[in-house]
Design a protein around this ligand. Structure first.
Ligand SMILES: Nc1ncnc2c1ncn2[C@@H]1O[C@H](COP(=O)(O)OP(=O)(O)OP(=O)(O)O)[C@@H](O)[C@H]1O
Length: 394
C-alpha cells in the first residue's frame, strides 16, 4: 500500500457507492476536503438533510473503507447535511451505533428526551451515551471568561458530592482541560477504536486536544469537532457515570450550535463575567440553547469580586452582580459567584484545580455551592420527566 495521504484516501473512497446506489461518493463530488494527520483521517460526505439517518450505512461504509487502509488508526467521518440553497452543515454525524439497552444498574438516567417536534432535524440526531446519566454543557458567549476553569472545578465539586463524573473537552479552538487536569500523552484504545478515558483527580477525562494535533488549521477544527465529539462521547469507555461535564467551545457560531443540537445534552450552564459586554454574549448563548431546546440550568458569574490576598479589601474589578440581574431578567436560575482570585489561576496553571488543591478553602466552597445549585436543577429536570426513553444503541 502506498503512503497514507489525501489521494490514497480518495482513491479508496471510490469504492463507496453513492447514496442512490449509482456512482461513487468521490466522483459524485460528495466528499469534502480530506484531512490526514498522524494516522488520523477526517472528512465529511454531503447528503440531503432529510436522508441523513437513512444514509448512516453509507457513513459506516466510508469509515470502514478508510480504516482498512494501512496506517489509518482513526477515521472521523461525518455526514454533512445538504441544505437547499445553502452551504452544508455538519448536522448528522452522531449515528453509527446500533441500539442496545441501557446498561442495567445505571442510576436514574436523565437524558434529555429528544424534542418532540416531528421531523425536526435535531429530533433525529441526538442520542444517549450508554451508562452516562446526564450530559452538562458548560458554555460561554465569548472566550476568556473562565469557562474551562469553571467546568473543571464544577466537575470536581460534583465528584465531591459523591457523584461519578467525567469531563469532556470539546473546546476545539483552545482545548485546555489536559493542562487544567495535568494530563498529557495520547489516550489509549482498547480495540483500536474504543478510547480509554484518562483519569485525574478522581475524574474521567477526554479532550479533543488529545485527538487533534496542535498544528491542525483552525478552519479544519470546526468541521472536525462534531464528528470528534461523537467519537469522544460514543467511542469512549466512560463506564457508569452520573454526569459528563462538557467544556464547549466559546461563542455561539455554527460549531457551537451543531454541538448543542447533536449531543443529548441534559442542560447547559452559561459562564459569564459581570461586564455588560460579556452579559450580552451570555444572552446570545442562552438564546442558542433555547433555539435547540436544551434547558439552561443557570448562569455562573465568574471573576465576580476580587478580595486582596494581602489586605482583604474587596474590589469589584469587572463590576459585580451583573450576571445575577441578567439571570433574573431572563428567568433562568443564578447558580453562584466565583471570585477573581490569584489562587484559582495559579492552581489551574499547575494542573491542580482549586477544588482539588484547596478543598476546604473559600474558593472551593464557591464552586461547591454553584455545583450543588446546578445539580438541583438537573434533579428538577428529572422530576419533570425529561429523562430519555430507555433507548440506547447497539
Ligand atoms: N475565577 C478566576 N480567578 C482568577 N483567574 C481565573 C478565574 N477563572 C479563570 N481564570 C483564569 O482566566 C484565564 C482564562 O480562563 P479559561 O481558560 O478557563 O477561560 P475560557 O473561557 O475557557 O477561555 P477560552 O474561551 O479561551 O477557552 C486562565 O488563565 C484562568 O486561570
Amino acid at each position: 500500500m502506498s503512503e497514507l495521504n489525501k489521494a490514497a484516501v480518495l482513491e479508496a473512497l471510490k469504492a463507496v457507492t453513492g447514496p442512490d446506489g449509482t456512482g461513487d461518493v468521490v466522483s459524485l463530488g460528495l466528499v469534502s476536503d480530506v484531512f490526514v494527520s498522524d494516522g488520523r483521517v477526517a472528512f465529511s460526505i454531503t447528503v440531503p438533510e432529510t436522508r441523513a439517518r437513512e444514509l448512516e450505512p453509507l457513513r459506516l461504509a466510508a469509515e470502514r473503507t478508510v480504516l482498512a487502509l494501512r496506517g489509518v488508526e482513526r477515521a472521523m467521518v461525518a455526514l454533512t447535511a445538504e441544505r437547499p440553497g445553502g452551504a452544508g452543515h455538519p448536522a448528522h454525524a452522531n449515528h453509527g451505533h446500533g441500539r442496545h439497552p441501557h446498561p442495567a444498574g445505571t442510576a436514574d438516567p436523565a437524558h434529555r428526551a429528544p424534542p418532540q417536534a416531528p421531523g425536526g432535524p435535531q429530533a433525529a440526531t441526538r442520542m444517549g451515551v450508554p451508562g452516562v446519566a446526564s450530559l452538562i454543557a458548560v458554555a460561554s458567549g465569548k472566550g476568556g471568561v473562565g469557562k474551562s476553569t469553571t467546568a473543571v472545578n464544577l466537575a470536581l465539586a460534583l465528584k465531591d458530592l459523591g457523584l461519578k463524573i467525567g469531563v469532556l473537552d470539546a473546546d476545539v479552538y483552545g482545548p485546555s482541560i489536559p493542562k487544567l487536569l495535568g494530563l498529557s500523552g495520547r489516550p489509549q484504545t482498547v480495540d483500536g477504536r474504543t478510547l480509554v478515558p484518562m483519569e485525574a483527580h478522581g475524574l474521567k477525562a477526554m479532550s479533543i486536544g488529545l485527538l487533534i494535533d496542535e498544528g491542525t488549521p483552525m478552519i479544519w477544527r470546526g468541521p472536525m469537532v462534531v464528528s470528534a465529539l461523537r467519537q469522544m462521547l460514543m467511542d469512549t469507555a466512560w463506564g457508569e457515570l452520573d454526569a459528563i461535564v462538557i467544556d464547549m467551545p466559546p461563542g455561539t457560531g455554527d460549531v457551537q450550535l451543531s454541538l448543542a443540537q447533536q449531543a443529548p445534552i441534559t442542560g447547559a450552564v452559561i459562564v459569564s463575567t459581570p461586564q455588560d459586554l460579556a452579559l450580552i454574549d451570555a444572552r446570545k448563548g442562552l438564546a442558542m440553547f433555547q433555539k435547540v431546546e436544551v434547558p439552561v440550568l443557570g448562569i455562573v458569574e465568574n471573576m465576580s469580586t476580587f478580595i486582596c490576598p494581602h489586605c482583604g479589601t474587596r474590589s469589584d474589578i469587572f463590576g459585580h452582580g451583573g450576571a445575577r440581574h441578567e439571570a433574573e431578567a431572563l428567568g433562568v436560575p443564578f447558580l453562584g459567584e466565583i471570585p477573581l482570585a490569584m489562587a484559582i489561576r495559579e492552581r489551574s496553571d499547575a494542573g491542580n484545580p482549586i477544588v482539588a488543591a484547596e478543598p476546604s478553602g473559600p474558593h472551593a466552597a464557591a464552586y461547591r455551592a454553584a455545583a450543588a445549585a446546578m445539580w438541583d436543577e438537573v434533579a428538577v429536570l428529572r422530576n419533570k420527566g425529561r429523562r430519555a426513553p430507555a433507548i440506547v444503541i447497539e
